[in-house]
Design a protein around this ligand. Structure first.
Ligand code: ADP
Ligand code: MG
Length: 696
């Protein structure tokens, strides 16, 4: 897009605040703003007026259909398009869109995962307009961001609990801030998701059933070259990729998505896109749209965009860093600030975060658990599965000093002088360079680095928001219980005690090292290595109670989410196992049989003229042995997978997949990959790692 066009086209496909203001009668606009800003329920009269204006705007921008756009438990987005048309008796057509259609939709909910919340015979589900996330146009369809709930009001999606957790956090943050004499109108979370992805040639993608069916390569011997030369990170962007990135920027900008940074990542053919942060739930919506656009637009350039956490072994996988903070009418609550009062408030927020993450480390871990992410976490390319917090050189001494003062049991005034003003402004310059930490303080925000590239960031943010709300609540209670004491003293004591009690979660060292794993165990930090280990904590009584207390998830919703995630894991592994057998039986075995057959023919032909080819004989033998081994292992995999499928309890099924099926999948891959090294290029049925990762 030409520079002058960027500013005019930015947000042109979004029904923005400016559009609303221009098109809506003043009182209607005012009421709508109250809904958006203060969460006031909307009445049908207002909804009708908004729907009319929205439709007129959409028609002017070429839309013919509308859809409620929502996020079922699969994590991806769903839509069902309805035309605006309303035929009349005289054979003409009216373009209509009512307030009711804007506010509520009723998709047949029976085919979406519900984790057992809803029997198929009562499959009613409703989509409900989220006026906080603006409507937009995509492929001539007016998309209305919505929450998705069951007939009885239970959340069937990712957005509903996120919105509820934002409400809970805002309420508790306001109570906390009131103690500092502040009464902001809004406290919102801010989120900036850095999205990693791979780009390969579309023709290679199409030739790999594993990529098509599972999003990752299930086979492939190591490429001759990996990422060891460290030349790809921030390297010059190839013209095809550059053209793709430009188109992505243009499309995202039209949708009002503030795409900001793009660069090559560590692994060959790996890239990253980071937007400027936005309000939390909006950032999640925009990230989902970004992921959709990345996939779609890649095809315009003969490319395929891989968003899986681990498309290729032997090189880094892809994550999505969740940069998170809190904003009170624009004041960043994780900004250390220049004066002591702000520092104390900052310390309270920081202490609450530390406590939240320590107390709910298991939930944080579970919120990023997926079959894909299991390949990254703890594999020395992403943080380990242990949750810890990095505070860095500027903050850690302050925290240490605060804790030590407590050991001296001094309650005098100087403790404030020691701890609080000691937070220097240098913090802001002291950006974190410790990439091995799962949860790092990066100057004025936290960065949660365990999230998987294809995941919906609602899950981790629901946990963070709720866990922090609980701590703010605890702080307010702590102060109330000591109302006869000086507030500043009480607050400093709260901060000190909180850091002291949760010191075990603070770790500034190398998170990839084995020593840390041992040390973390000594400290009693959970190390939930796989999805099968992590998911069950979603239904631990204390975690169910946390979400219930803050109105984020009812007990049945928590249980449903666990079941849905556990089932998803087993389903994905079943698909991977099936894809492996398919590829082995239909592609690899025939190729190897052909190749060894051709070798055998060559040996026989040579023998006729008195030549014995040692290499040919040796190769034929090795490949024949390989064929036998593959044949045996694929049989075993099918048997194990059938056993896994028969396990009824979803938790036990996940464990069975993790412990019994995955090792056989690994064995099968190892023997096929060994054969790939021996087999002739013309016989091998799929593109190699060399070709996929190093295309030009
Ligand atoms: P890195 O050094 O990790 O690559 P950047 O400094 O470029 O990261 O920022 C990463 C992301 O953090 C960006 O999306 C940015 O907008 C976001 N970010 C910055 N400040 C905040 C904040 N206060 N809250 C949430 N996200 C933020
Ligand atoms: Mg980052």
């Amino acid at each position: 897009m030409a520079t002058d066009k960027v500013s005019t086209e930015y947000g042109s496909l979004v029904f923005t605040d400016a559009d609303m203001q221009e098109r809506l009668p003043k009182p209607v606009y005012k009421e709508l703003r109250q809904t958006i800003d203060d969460g006031k329920p909307i009445d049908l009269g207002i909804a009708n007026a908004v729907a009319h204006a929205m439709k007129e705007w959409a028609l002017e921008h070429g839309a013919t259909h509308f859809t409620h756009w929502f996020q079922p438990l699969t994590g991806i987005t769903s839509e069902k398009h309805d035309a605006f048309i309303n035929p009349k008796d005289d054979g003409t057509v009216l373009m209509a869109f009512s307030g009711k259609e804007l506010v509520q939709g009723e998709p047949d909910a029976s085919s979406f995962p519900s984790g057992g919340l809803r029997a198929t015979f009562e499959a009613r589900g409703y989509t409900v307009w989220d006026p906080m996330s603006p409507a937009f146009i995509k492929d001539e369809v007016l998309c209305i961001p919505t929450a998705f709930i069951s007939y009885t009001g239970e959340a069937l999606d990712k957005k509903t609990p996120l919105l509820r957790s934002e409400v809970a956090l805002e309420e508790q943050a306001k109570r906390m801030l009131k103690l500092f004499g502040k009464e902001p109108r809004r406290v919102v979370t801010t989120c900036g998701p850095e999205q990693e992805y791979f780009l390969i040639k579309e023709e290679d993608y199409e030739a790999r059933p594993d990529l098509i069916l599972t999003g990752r390569t299930l086979f492939g011997c190591p490429p001759a070259k990996g990422q060891e030369l460290e030349e790809h990170y921030f390297g010059a962007i190839r013209p095809t990729v550059n053209a793709f990135m430009k188109e992505v920027d243009d499309e995202l900008w039209k949708l009002g998505i503030p795409a900001k940074t793009k660069h090559n990542e560590v692994a060959p053919s790996q890239h990253e896109l980071a937007p400027i942060f936005e309000q939390g739930s909006l950032a999640v919506d925009d990230n989902l749209l970004t992921m959709e656009k990345l996939k779609l637009l890649a095809t315009h350039h003969g490319l395929a965009c891989l968003e899986h956490e681990k498309p290729f072994d032997y090189v880094n996988g892809s994550g999505k860093h969740d940069n998170w903070s809190l904003s009170a009418d624009g004041e960043n609550l994780l900004e250390p600030g220049a004066n002591p009062e702000d520092n104390l408030q900052f310390l309270v927020v920081l202490a609450c975060l530390v406590a939240a993450v320590d107390e709910h480390a298991d939930l944080m871990r579970a919120s990023v658990a997926s079959a894909g992410n299991d390949h990254r976490l703890g594999a020395n390319e992403a943080p380990p599965a242990i949750i810890s917090i990095f505070l860095g050189d500027a903050l850690s001494p302050v925290v240490d000093a605060l804790i030590k003062k407590e050991r001296a049991e001094s309650q005098s005034r100087e403790e404030i002088d020691l701890g609080v003003p000691a937070i220097p402004n240098v913090l802001r310059d002291n950006t974190d360079r410790n990439r091995t930490s799962p949860f790092a303080f990066t100057g004025n925000k936290f960065e949660f680095r365990m999230c998987g590239s294809q995941q919906n960031l609602s899950d981790p943010n629901v946990v963070l928001n709720t866990a922090v709300a609980e701590q703010f609540d605890r702080f307010v209670q702590y102060v109330a219980d000591r109302s006869d004491e000086d507030f500043t003293k009480v607050a400093v004591r709260f901060v000190r005690h909180t850091f002291r009690d949760h010191q075990r979660v603070l770790f500034d060292g190398n998170g990839y090292s084995e020593d840390w794993e041992k040390e973390a165990e000594k400290r009693g930090l959970p190390n939930l290595k796989s999805t099968a280990d992590a998911l069950p904590c979603l239904v631990k009584p204390e975690n169910i109670a946390l979400f219930e207390k803050y109105g984020v998830l009812t007990e049945s919703e928590s249980r449903a989410r666990y079941i849905s995630a556990a089932e998803q894991y087993a389903k994905l592994l079943n698909i991977e196992a099936n894809t492996m057998s398919y590829m082995v039986r239909h592609m690899y075995l025939p190729a190897l049989i052909d190749y060894s057959g051709d070798l055998a023919t060559a040996i026989a032909t040579k023998k006729e003229i008195g030549i014995t080819g040692k290499a040919e004989q040796d190769l034929t033998q090795q490949i024949t042995d390989g064929i036998d081994k593959i044949y045996e292992t694929v049989d075993l995999l099918e048997k194990k997978n059938a056993e896994a499928q028969a396990v009824e309890d979803c938790g036990e099924q996940d464990t069975f997949y993790h412990e019994e099926v995955i090792p056989v999948m690994d064995d099968l891959r190892a023997v096929v990959d060994a054969m790939e090294r021996l087999c002739g290029h013309d016989w091998w049925p799929v593109p190699s790692y060399n070709r996929m990762l190093f295309w030009v």
